[in-house]
Every structure is written in C-alpha cells, then in structure tokens.
Design a protein around this ligand. Sequence first.
Ligand code: ZN
Length: 257
Amino acid sequence: MFYSNVENFKSATGYEIDGIWYPRVTSIVSIKAKPALYKYYAGLPDFATGESIKNKSAEEGTILHNAIEAILKKEDSPVPEAVAPAVSAFLDFQKQNEIIPHQIEARIISKKHHYAGTLDCLAELNGQLGVLDIKTSYAIYRDYGIQTSAYVEALRENPSMPPLKRWILRLDQARHCIRGCGSKMREKGGNIKIRPAKGVAASRCSHVWGEQLGEVELRELPDIEKDVQAFLAAKTLWEWEYDYWLRQIPNPIKNDR
Ligand SMILES: [Zn+2]
C-alpha cells in the first residue's frame, strides 16, 4: 500500500478515538501474505479484473452484513433482493439457535497493545458468550482466527468479561445444478465460480442452474492463545513495514512486550 501523507496513512489504516490514533485490526491482519490469493489473481485476465471483483464482492458483503445487523438490532428494514437467499438462510439459523446480541458493530480498543477494531457482534449463542464474526466468503479460512483473536484479546482487558468463545458465521448463496450432479455455482463481484462435485457425473454434466439458495456455516475457532500470539506477531511486522509513517505520529505504539 502507498500513502501520500501521514494523514492519509492514519485514516486509511486506523481510528482516531478520543484524540488518540490506533491502528485498525483489519489493517494489521492484512500484513500476512495470502498465497492462495496470488494463484487466484494469476488465473484472471489482468490485475484490474481482480481488483474489480474484489471491490464488488466487498460491497456485496457489506450489503449482507448490514442486512444481518438490522435483523439482530430488530430493525424493520427491507432486505435487498441480491442477498435475500443468504438472509433467509440466516433467519432459519436464528430459528434453530438462540442468538442474544449484546453489542453490534462495536468498536473495541486494546489499551494494552494499542489497536482498535470493529467487531460484528458480541453475542450469547445458545447460552455461551462470544465474538460472532460474519463472513461472506467461499470458505472459512484460518486467517479469520487471527482477526477474531484480536477482538477477544481487547475485550478481555475488561476484568469483568467472562471467558469468550469465537465463532465464524459464514453466509453465502449459490445455485445448485438441477440435473443433480451436485455442483454449485456462485456469483461474487460479477464473477462466476463453479465448484464441481467430485466424480465423473459432475465433469460430464452440462449444468442447469436452479434458484439461488442460501447457505449457513457456523464454526467455533479453537486455540485462541496461539491466534493472539500470531496477531501480536503480525502487529510487530506491520509496525516494521510502516515505520516511516508511524515515526511521524506522536506515540503511535505502546508496545508492552
Ligand atoms: Zn450439473
């Protein structure tokens, strides 16, 4: 990433809270390389196509996040057509599981490690309190553990906070082949991705795609302490990378380690 001046760097990578600037969790986490992403970009016609797909799918993800947050806040707002199948899958999930949101889109601050972030939801899920992070990706990636551990690590600076679970709730929608070969087709950011089912039938099938169906996948993330260590290591590396800008900010990093 390139920044034109320190103000540009500060607003792009952090939050100013009560006059103090904190680097943002998602910015820190982005320092970790994602090898699968290079492979993905290499399979596209050009870099601009990749950027366009990335930006459009981020927008679609935001629309779905907003719709889910409105439901959790019990707001009565219309569901955008484009995300209706995923929202309906979430409503089914909500019927089968008890979700009591405590905080939605909440700003968290770690005074100890000096960072801030915004978590999707601090909630009781079936009687257990934890950080619930909503993702709209194809799969649940290990990297999500690093991001969510940062939220938990900040929340537990509050001495009255009970032990917290971490969950990823992946919401998605796909068309299934109505010829019954088991393949699925997803459209994200204007890009069509077909995930064929295993076996001969799928490879020989000339698919016919049915209606969009929503999908929900809930996963509890284990090994919080390992993930916190990984996050703090990422933060150290992030600080090294952006040393040029950080040196221009008064007291940007309070590193207690
Ligand atoms: Zn098929």
